[in-house]
Design a protein around this ligand. Structure first.
Ligand SMILES: [Zn+2]
Length: 218
């Protein structure tokens, strides 16, 4: 079982990935971690990556692809990978197919956590922290109790509008950038969209059901 997971910032992708990794004994492949590890190991490719990163440049698809090939080739990870944050473009998606194919593997399912921009906006703009006790509230989903002595509205601190704007921009960028890749996987009949607006355990149940229903998975 190899999985690719997508979800915009604020959709809870990290939490869900963690659950899936534990439940199905998978290994999470994050390209950031792979790059950092090579740099740390001071391997030949690691030294190259280090100088690219230090120069403030982006590591090429070619180098990332080599690292992924190396990871996928290991028996330990065979058919036990959850790709998170990769692929980021169509050419990476095509490359991933080639690499997996080379080792007689494939992607079994692509999960997309779907959340509307409006919900993300409410999650961020509605959030407030009590400056007295540190409790976190959300005026839309989890409002502070009325008439409370401690968490009265005068103690509740909200985030600035600029923080909200940045978060919305990141959300939009993510959605726009991943649209072509999701279409790519939709055409391959691999895409399953999961309602990311449900409660955390409901999302988890939905994902588990999808994974359990995949043929050949024991
Ligand atoms: Zn309080």
């Amino acid at each position: 079982m190899n999985i690719v997971i997508f979800g915009p910032p604020g959709a809870g992708k990290g939490t869900q990935s963690e659950f899936i990794v534990k439940k199905y004994n998978l290994f999470q492949l994050s390209t950031g971690d792979l790059l950092r590890q090579e740099i740390k190991n001071k391997s030949e490719i690691g030294l190259k990556i280090g100088s690219i990163v230090n120069a403030g440049s982006l590591v090429s698809d070619d180098i990332v692809s080599k690292l992924i090939d190396h990871f996928v080739s290991k028996d330990l990870y065979r058919n036990k990978i959850i790709f998170d944050g990769y692929p980021r473009n169509i050419s990476q998606a095509e490359n991933l197919n080639i690499v997996l194919n080379k080792y007689n593997q494939k992607i079994d399912v692509v999960l997309k956590l779907t959340v509307s921009q409006n919900i993300i906006k409410k999650r961020i703009s509605g959030r407030s922290v009590c400056s007295m006790c540190g409790k976190i509230y959300n005026e839309f989903f989890n409002p502070a109790p009325l008439n409370a002595e401690c968490c009265a509205s005068k103690f509740l601190q909200k985030r600035g509008d600029d923080t909200i704007d940045i978060a919305i921009k990141r959300f939009d960028t993510y959605e726009n950038e991943t649209k072509p890749i999701l279409n790519f996987y939709r055409k391959m009949n691999l895409l399953k969209e999961v309602n990311g607006e449900s409660k955390i355990d409901q999302i988890y149940d939905e994902i588990s059901e999808i994974i359990d229903s995949i043929e050949g998975w024991l």
